[in-house]
Design a protein around this ligand. Structure first.
Ligand code: ADP
Length: 124
């Protein structure tokens, strides 16, 4: 991957959160991390073979204290804050975070980060 500007500690925190969730919610199968460069941005995806997330819940899990209320995920514990914090960190980097998933088919969380953050380039 090429070098990129950003807050290394915070971006690491986001990735650990996504990978941690993927491992936490996946009982069988695999967790896969993929990183590519596309149009000057880094795109990192974390895919799992866990329970998946319904379309309705996908709208809500990036909000604070939201957890999917089904038996598969509610039992696993957690704060319901990780994705809300991740979203803030990524958006402060002028990036984007999203999920693609359907129930029973696993989930893929992706972040897209501009390799060069304009605000930081201006400050330099
Ligand atoms: P936490 O994991 O601490 O509950 P998060 O904000 O990281 O908080 O996630 C919010 C909710 O989104 C989780 O409680 C879970 O219901 C759902 N979720 C997150 N990642 C996954 C995943 N990989 N597979 C299934 N559900 C997930």
């Amino acid at each position: 991957m090429p070098p990129a500007h950003g807050d290394e500690r915070r971006i690491t925190q986001v990735l650990l959160n996504l990978v941690g969730n993927a491992i936490k919610f996946t009982d069988a199968g695999e967790v896969r991390v993929q990183a590519i460069v596309a149009n000057g941005a880094l795109v990192v995806s974390v895919s799992d073979t866990g329970p998946g997330i319904s379309e309705r819940d996908q709208q809500e899990i990036f909000e604070e204290f939201r957890q999917v209320e089904n038996s598969a995920t509610a039992k696993k514990g957690g704060t319901g804050l990780g994705l809300a914090i991740a979203k803030r960190i990524i958006e402060l980097h002028e990036g984007r975070i999203w999920v693609e998933s359907s129930l029973g088919k696993g989930s893929t969380f992706s972040i897209r980060l501009p390799a060069r953050v304009e605000q930081q380039a201006r400050m330099a």
